[in-house]
Design a protein around this ligand. Structure first.
Ligand SMILES: *[C@@H]1O[C@H](CO)[C@@H](O)[C@H](O)[C@H]1NC(C)=O
Length: 154
């Protein structure tokens, strides 16, 4: 898949949000179109004694303070991913130590609109644990109908 067909329009700029040493840099809102893909651009840091092992992405109601296991849309174990997102979400930068948590979601549907939350799983003093960042990106997917209107204008 090429990256040239993603037409995500991110609003304003990305900003850092920190909870002690754990920081995430996300756009608050991203507009996208159904049928195309969207990049959720993201960077993260952890406390220096935390060793990141893998990332988890969730999508859940913004009213929920923390997404749960049933909200997983990206995970190293495919069976943990909601069936509707399997095979549609990929990391842009698989090398975790680069602090890049960006993902691409392809074949966007209007139902993909919603708030996306990041978790990093890893080890703190040798013990398996994880950290879920509070700040989320909200993706607004515009329906296909608008494409037809747009085509008419050409
Ligand atoms: C993440 O990595 C990808 C691929 O290397 C790169 O294109 C993108 O700009 C990076 N994003 C951030 C936020 O660093």
């Amino acid at each position: 898949k090429t990256r040239s067909n993603h037409t995500a329009k991110a609003s304003v700029r990305r900003t850092w949000h920190c909870q002690s040493d754990y920081c995430v840099n996300l756009y608050e809102n991203i507009n996208a179109e159904a049928g195309l893909c969207v990049e959720i651009s993201c960077s993260f840091t952890t406390s220096s004694d935390f060793n990141p092992a893998h990332l988890v992405w969730y999508k859940c109601e913004s009213s929920k303070s923390k997404c749960g296991d049933s909200d997983i849309i990206f995970h190293i174990y495919k069976n943990k991913i909601q069936s509707g997102f399997r095979g549609r979400v990929s990391l842009l930068e698989p090398r975790l130590h680069h602090g890049n948590c960006s993902i691409i979601i392809s074949d966007l549907q209007e139902s993909d609109s919603g708030s996306y939350q990041l978790r990093v799983n890893g080890y703190l003093n040798g013990e398996g644990t994880g950290f879920t960042y509070n700040t989320r990106t909200t993706v607004h997917v515009r329906g296909m109908e608008s494409h037809y209107v747009y085509d008419y204008d050409l």
